[in-house]
Design a protein around this ligand. Structure first.
Ligand SMILES: [Zn+2]
Length: 409
């Protein structure tokens, strides 16, 4: 692999300088390791190897067993690294997720010009190995300067982000401890500070009708397909599907899966559907879910056979993640803004329309700003990493747990 030297990358020399060759090498090494959600053990093992090389002792490294609490049985829990520092001042958390989406399996990262891409027909996996690389680099740089010279910090390398934020959701908060400022490194541009995110809920709906022979005695049946279709048409007509705007409340919803039926000559006895609802307001999200539920229940009651017998609905919903928003004057936002300015960029805040590990961290009392690391076209075979952006993310992470860590609490 070709690795550009510091001089070639044309980096300004600052106090929070990082070793460019090593930072990029760390990234390329961990990105080549397959590690879809639930299969992060090999990635974690390599991260631990880098940590030990940097002088982190075994007593500072811990796994939290989250893989036994997640919906999917994984082979690895969240990896938590404590940096006790001098024991004084604000305690900082850095986090990133170790898993990648399946399209990244087999990634062969290569440097080409000022970007990294996969030479295999796969995604690269910069989401989120670039976050892992940036944080690893920050730990290495901090230990080089002496851990005892800085306020305490803690790092969480999280699992199972891509399948519904399961690692963050099941993080053992007792092992992380209390933190004052938190920074989650994930996909996107370096300047973007994600300070809040939408909440999401998923529904499964089973509609049960009454079967009958469609040619011989259709009047004896009540079709589950008709019931579900009526419900969906009703929701669509009243503005509760797609982009939902009711008064000053907004959200989105979608019926994404509709399965059922086996034969044309049977009045369909059952269909199964899956739907979702999102909103920045938990109240609005709950209202959308309730409208969807009522529409299905109404439709099932209204579609009857010749004797007046109706259908029924089994409805369940599960909150994937609650929305959150940090206060404008939150110390995590102030520090993240300073860090981005230190590398010569202008930060801008954003509220995300997708869920982040930060949604669950917030529920656990960790109020994190999410920063990007220069990933482009994530979750596609054209995924790329902009090297200059990644190196800036390395510097930002380093600054946050060294110079920018502050010494007063
Ligand atoms: Zn990600």
């Amino acid at each position: 692999m070709t690795v550009p030297s510091a001089a070639e990358c044309n980096l300004p020399m600052t106090n929070n300088e990082v070793n460019v060759d090593n930072a990029l090498d760390r990234y390329l090494t961990i990105t080549a390791i397959p590690g879809r959600s639930g299969d992060e053990a090999a990635v974690a093992a390599k991260i631990v190897e880098f940590l030990r090389e940097a002088g982190v002792t075994d007593s500072q490294i811990e796994f939290d067993g989250a893989e036994t609490r997640t919906r999917l049985d994984g082979n690895c829990g969240n990896l938590i690294v404590s940096l006790p520092g001098n024991g004084n001042g604000a305690r900082t958390l850095l986090s990133a997720h170790m898993d990648t989406v399946p399209i990244c399996i087999g990634s062969q990262p290569v440097v080409e010009g000022d970007e990294v891409h996969s030479s295999a027909p796969t995604g690269l996996g910069a989401d989120d190995r670039a976050g892992c690389g940036a944080i690893l680099t920050a730990i290495v740089e901090r230990l080089k300067q002496g851990d005892e010279n800085f306020p305490p910090a803690v790092v969480s390398f999280l699992v199972q982000e891509e399948i519904g934020l399961e690692g963050a959701r099941n993080l053992d908060i007792a092992k992380v401890g209390q933190v004052d400022r938190a920074f989650n490194f994930d996909g996107g541009t370096v300047e973007k500070l994600t300070i809040g995110a939408i909440g999401g809920e998923r529904m499964t709906i089973k509609v049960t009708g009454i079967p009958a022979h469609a040619g011989v005695a259709p009047q004896e049946g009540a079709s589950a397909i008709v019931m579900a279709s009526r419900a969906i048409a009703d929701l669509h007509a009243r503005g509760w599907l797609g982009k939902v705007q009711q008064g000053d409340q907004a959200g989105t919803s979608n019926v994404g899966v509709f399965q059922g039926g086996e034969a044309t000559n049977v009045i369909t006895p059952e269909v199964n559907l899956r739907a979702e609802a999102r909103s920045h307001s938990a109240e609005m999200r709950t209202r959308i879910v309730s409208e969807i539920r009522q529409a299905f229940e109404r439709a099932a009651a209204e579609v009857t056979n010749h004797e007046g017998a109706a259908g029924s609905v089994e409805f369940s919903s599960n909150v994937d993640y609650e929305s959150f928003a940090l206060a404008q004057d939150h110390p995590s936002i102030a520090a993240a803004s300073d860090a981005v300015r230190v590398v010569g960029r202008e930060p801008f805040p954003e509220i995300s329309d997708g869920g982040l590990d930060a949604n669950w961290l917030f529920r656990l009392g960790i109020e994190a700003v999410t920063l990007g690391c220069g990933q482009r076209n994530i979750h596609t075979a054209d995924e790329r990493l902009v090297i200059a952006d990644y190196l800036d993310a390395c510097k930002i992470a380093t600054w946050l747990i060294t110079e920018g860590a502050g010494n007063e609490g």
